[in-house]
Design a protein around this ligand. Structure first.
Ligand code: GN1
Ligand code: MG
Length: 387
């Protein structure tokens, strides 16, 4: 029988090295995959908060591998941050709380994997970026993250979800879902299916470039949604990037692409008014400036050439995944209403239309920003301001 979440959290809370008593816990609604709770504890008369999270094992087939990657990554980040000015360490990097017997996770009687983090106070997250400054911060933070992990020692990180951003494989999965059409939903998604087919040529570009040795594998985040950046509530600066389950070998461009997808339109992922979904040049410009301010030094010219393309590619890949999941019956992404995954797919494809309309100007803009050089912030270009 299913246990009530409060009761289960009581049990979970006792398994970790938390020297306090749990008072209450709330579900955290961000994210489509794991189950996340914010729990408040009384610790010697002070209120402290922790995050308890249950790993989705349908999505992550090997939770110990996820946790192994996560520990290696957070230790390395922490050591790097400690070597710097060192301030605010536990707000700038996730801190994992071990179990009472020193393990990185607790496995409950149902075989579910639980983990616990220090809750980072005084931060805000947003589903969509509100201002160019926020987009800049997201770009800067993920570029810095990639830079800090460039010298991660030890073996190659495990692939927690194999072929995660392999667009060709995602396309094949989409085609087979259309063919099977197990719930007779394809008729409702006729336009989107046709749209996805017309854009098939996007799928192989980066895979081929990587196979040809033109762009390198790096340690990347792979889920660089804007809501995975914690912004300091007072300064608005990015403090920390979270959701490290898919940190693994990947392409830097996939990270940039997912930032384009989630910071350049003022709309949320499931916006119903598609007229509002479009790439705003000032947001893109700030994002690219932020990213190049921290990643511009290590990215190769070939990677830089694909910066705009990567936005289309990842938006396409995620759009395909939403569409596939809609056709399969919403088995992967958590949904909150009928047709939710189809709504999400529509916003993705609409954003790509908007990128395509402005593509040559965006490419020029990136060259211009890159030419100006890293760490230089200039006012938005005249062209961008007019938009
Ligand atoms: C999932 O649930 P969340 O926000 O961490 C997904 C990402 C998608 C995203 C779309 C492991 O991320 O790949 O881009 O939804 N994560 C996984 O919003 O599949
Ligand atoms: Mg995620």
């Amino acid at each position: 029988m299913a246990v009530a979440p409060e009761q289960q959290l009581q049990e979970v809370s006792r398994k970790f090295q938390i020297y306090g008593q749990i008072l209450h816990a709330e579900t955290c609604k961000i994210g489509h995959i794991n189950e996340t709770y914010t729990a408040t504890y009384d610790q010697g008369g002070t209120r402290v908060r922790y995050v308890h999270q249950k790993i989705n094992r349908t999505v992550f087939r090997d939770p110990p591998a996820v946790m192994d990657n996560l520990q290696r990554v957070t230790r390395h980040l922490r050591a790097k941050l400690e070597a710097g000015p060192g301030a605010d360490l536990t707000r700038r990097c996730l801190t994992l709380i071990p179990t009472r017997d020193g393990q990185p996770f607790y496995q409950d009687a149902d075989g579910e994997h639980w983990r616990t983090f220090v809750f980072i106070e005084g931060v805000r997250t947003f589903e969509a970026a509100q201002t160019p400054d926020q987009a800049f911060e997201a770009g800067r933070a993920f570029g810095e993250f990639q830079g800090l992990l460039a010298d991660l020692p030890g073996a190659r990180l495990k692939e927690t979800i194999p072929h995660f951003h392999h667009t060709r494989k995602r396309y094949e999965a989409f085609l087979s879902a259309v063919q099977e059409d197990r719930l007779n939903r394809a008729a409702q998604a006729r336009e989107e299916i046709a749209w996805a087919r017309r854009h098939e040529a996007l799928a192989d570009v980066l895979i081929d470039a990587q196979a040809a040795g033109k762009i390198p594998e790096r340690v990347t985040h792979n889920d660089t949604k804007f809501n995975n950046v914690l912004l300091d509530s007072t300064s608005g600066k990015a403090l920390c990037v979270v959701d490290l389950d898919t940190v693994m070998p990947g392409l830097a461009l996939y990270d940039f692409g997912d930032m384009v997808r989630t910071t350049t339109s003022p709309t949320v992922e499931d916006e119903l008014d598609l007229r509002k979904v479009r790439l705003h040049v000032p947001m893109f410009e700030a994002l690219a400036r932020g990213y190049l301010s921290s990643a511009g030094q290590f990215l190769t010219p070939a990677e830089k050439d694909f910066i705009v393309f990567s936005g289309k590619l990842i938006t396409y890949t995620i759009g395909l995944r939403f569409l596939t999941d809609f056709l399969l019956g919403d088995v992967y992404f958590r949904v909150h209403r009928p047709g939710h995954n189809l709504d999400r797919c529509r916003t993705q494809f609409k954003l790509i239309d908007s990128i395509e309309e402005q593509e040559s100007a965006l490419v020029k803009l990136v060259r211009q920003i890159d030419g100006v050089g890293p760490r230089t912030r200039r006012p938005v270009s005249k062209r961008a301001r007019k938009k």
